[in-house]
Design a protein around this ligand. Structure first.
Ligand code: ADP
Length: 383
């Protein structure tokens, strides 16, 4: 029997009921770099880390490092004593890669799980805040409602209440829009209507449409371009989403007013080269912590700000922006320095389409409404 086991091409180790090693074959010793009877009478649990139901086990090699081996255990009764025969095998490089990949995916899954949990907490908060504000406003309005007629009282400001309700309704709408779009992109169903447009004009019009709003917040807005006309295939509605998201972030993350002793400035600049157009959205706001820059385009990620109160937001705006740009075969990147400002820039390839691509459902919101929606979480804290 021993001769037979010695000759086997598979590593074998036999342990008794007390889990003490009583036999090892040469292949087993070779795999771990041991010799002769070195392992006999040693407890197996000092050599290997068995985990329940796992067929991959870590073994301590002679050199002290650990090696993962594929394991199969068989039980054998001999003279009324139960022995365990452990068959071990190293796995191929291909298998190793597969395992690594699996582990990586598992890790990613875990991380995504944590992010999702945080995201749901964030989103619930995002839904609750505007809803509570709307309800509070309704209550205030109701106070002055006498048999269906609003009665004037000192300090009653109906305009303000209506404005707050409207803004918070927009905020909810934006959140729902973003969630729906992200889900549709994630599911691979998101119609984009490519048509040849003068991208310079598209970007300029979008920028100008929010100029009054931005300047009204005491922020200078500059638009600068190298060229006046570059036609490329794009979906202006998506470009609008991208630009409004970047611009509203630039306003939102300007930093706390008491710390702003410089001229607040947002600039939109366009550079053109042979293959692509590059659009810059620059701000001199609070900037982004260096270690967070890499992750801000990921879904659900929000940079925690330990200096100021956490800003409202769900952390899906930039992920959506990135997906929209990628649907145009473009790229987005950011350069940012904390306390100095951020520059988000994205490229769009210059190429044209023969005919209109794809079908799209047009949203029914008009321009002013769209801006109100996109800028709805940069809101004046009225209450
Ligand atoms: P949110 O809904 O939180 O604004 P985004 O995906 O739009 O989500 O942004 C993700 C994070 O990136 C934000 O929480 C913010 O910390 C950071 N960020 C985005 N734009 C800027 C900017 N212009 N300046 C500073 N930080 C920014």
């Amino acid at each position: 029997m021993k001769k037979l086991l010695d000759a086997l091409q598979q590593g074998i180790c036999i342990i008794n009921q007390k889990r003490i090693i009583c036999y090892t074959n040469p292949v087993f010793l070779d795999l771990l770099g041991y010799r002769g009877c070195e392992l006999i009478d040693e407890p197996i649990d000092e050599l290997a880390l068995f985990k329940e139901k796992e067929d991959l086990v870590m073994f301590r090699a002679k050199k002290g490092d650990y090696q993962k081996l594929k394991v199969k255990c068989l039980e054998q009764t001999f003279e009324e004593e139960v022995f365990k025969c452990i068959l071990v095998e190293s796995y191929t490089e291909k298998e190793e890669k597969e395992i690594e990949q699996e582990e990586l995916e598992y890790e990613k899954g875990l991380q995504l799980g944590v992010l999702k949990k945080e995201f749901f907490a964030n989103v619930s908060h995002e839904f609750k805040t505007p809803l509570n504000i709307i309800l509070a406003m309704m209550q205030l309005m109701d106070k002055n409602n006498e048999d269906g007629t609003l009665v004037y009282q000192e300090g009653y400001n109906l305009n303000k209440y209506i404005k707050v309700v409207k803004q918070n309704a927009y905020r909810l709408l934006r959140l729902v829009n973003n969630l729906i779009d992200m889900t549709r992109i994630g599911a691979g169903y998101y119609p984009v209507k490519f048509e040849n447009h003068n991208i310079i004009q598209v970007v300029e019009e979008i920028t100008m449409s929010v100029a009054e709003y931005i300047q009204g917040k005491g922020i200078e807005l500059i638009f600068d371009t190298e060229e006046e006309e570059v036609f490329l295939a794009c979906d202006p509605e998506k470009i609008e989403r991208i630009m409004l998201n970047l611009l509203s972030n630039a306003v939102k993350y300007m930093g706390p007013p008491e710390e702003r002793d410089h001229i607040l400035r947002i600039s939109v600049e366009i550079e053109v080269n042979e293959e692509s157009v590059c659009i810059y959205v620059k701000d001199n706001g609070m900037g982004i912590q260096e270690d967070k820059i890499q992750s801000i385009f990921e879904r659900f990620v929000q940079v925690e700000d330990n200096l100021t109160a956490r800003t409202d937001g769900s952390g899906i705006g930039l992920a959506l922006v990135k997906s929209l740009i990628e649907l145009h075969d473009g790229h987005i990147a950011v350069q940012s320095e904390e306390g100095v400002g951020s520059t988000f820039y994205f490229t769009l390839p210059i190429r044209q389409v023969e005919a209109v691509h794809n079908v799209i459902q047009r949203t029914t919101h008009n321009q002013i409404e769209k801006c109100s929606i996109e800028f709805s979480d940069v809101y004046d804290r009225l209450i």
